[in-house]
Design a protein around this ligand. Sequence first.
Ligand SMILES: Nc1ncnc2c1ncn2[C@@H]1O[C@H](COP(=O)(O)OP(=O)(O)OP(=O)(O)O)[C@@H](O)[C@H]1O
Length: 260
Amino acid sequence: MLAAENLSLTRGGVQVVTGISATLAPGQITAIVGPNGAGKSSLLLALAGLLAPTSGRAALDGADLAAMPPRQRAQAIGYLPQVPDIAWDVAVENLVTLGRLPWRDRGTAAVEAAIAALALEPLRRRPASRLSGGERARVLLARVLAGEPRWILADEPLAALDLAHQLSLIAHFKTCAQAGQGVAVVLHDLALAMNHADRVLVLDAKGDGGRLESTVVADGPPATALSPDVIGRVWGVAAHWLGQPGARALVSGNPQASGV
Ligand SMILES: Nc1ncnc2c1ncn2[C@@H]1O[C@H](COP(=O)(O)OP(=O)(O)OP(=O)(O)O)[C@@H](O)[C@H]1O
C-alpha cells in the first residue's frame, strides 16, 4: 500500500496541501483528478517521496518514505514528472537504460520490454534532442518502466500523446496493474479516468494565497467519484456521461438539453 497519512505540504513557503489522507492499493490504476492548482502534482511528488511533508507522512507498506534510503525508494517507486526534463542528449536506448540506475545494472530484458511497450524501436538510436514532444514523453515513461518499480506514479503521462499511443499506454498500465504493480496517474481528461481507472481520487483546493485547503472531495469507483454532481461541484460545469461503461463520453450541458 502507498499511503498519504494526514499529509500537509508546503511549496515556495505556501501551504498547498492540508491534511490529505488516501491509501492507494497495488494491482489497480488510480486516477488523481481535479482542477488546476488542486494539489495533484504535489500529492504525487509526496507519494514518490520527493517532497517532504510538513506534517503527516507518506508511507510505503507502512514504512515512512522520508526515512527510506533514496536508492531503495527509487527501486520501489518510479516517478514521471509533469514537465520532464532530459538532462543529457543521449540516444533513446541509453536514456531508457538510465532507468536502471537504482539497480546499478543494465537490466537488458527490462530495458527491451520498456522499449517495446512504448513502441520505441524505430527511435532507439535517435538523440533525445531530436524527438517530438510526444516521442520524448514516451521515452521518459519507458525510462520509468525500465526500472521495474512496484509503483508507477505518472503526472499527466498521456497529455502529449496521440490517440493511438494514449490507448496503447493505457493498455500497458492495465497490464502492469494486472501483474500487481500499483499505478497512479494524474489526468485532466475525465473520460480517460472514467473509462480506464479502477479508482478515482478527486482533489479540490479552497483558500487564499497563504494557505490552501486541498481536500479529497471524492474517492471511489469512477462512476461514483465522477458523477455529474461531483463534476458540477468541483469544476463548476454542468455535464453528463453518454455511452456504455468503458466507452463513456463526457458531454457538457444537462441531459434534457442534449436530447438524452
Ligand atoms: N514550486 C512552487 N512554489 C510555490 N507554489 C507552488 C509551487 N508548485 C505548485 N505550487 C502551488 O501549489 C498548488 C498546488 O499545485 P499543484 O501543481 O500540486 O496542482 P495541480 O493540481 O497539479 O495543478 P495543475 O492541474 O495545474 O497541474 C497551486 O496553488 C500552485 O500554485
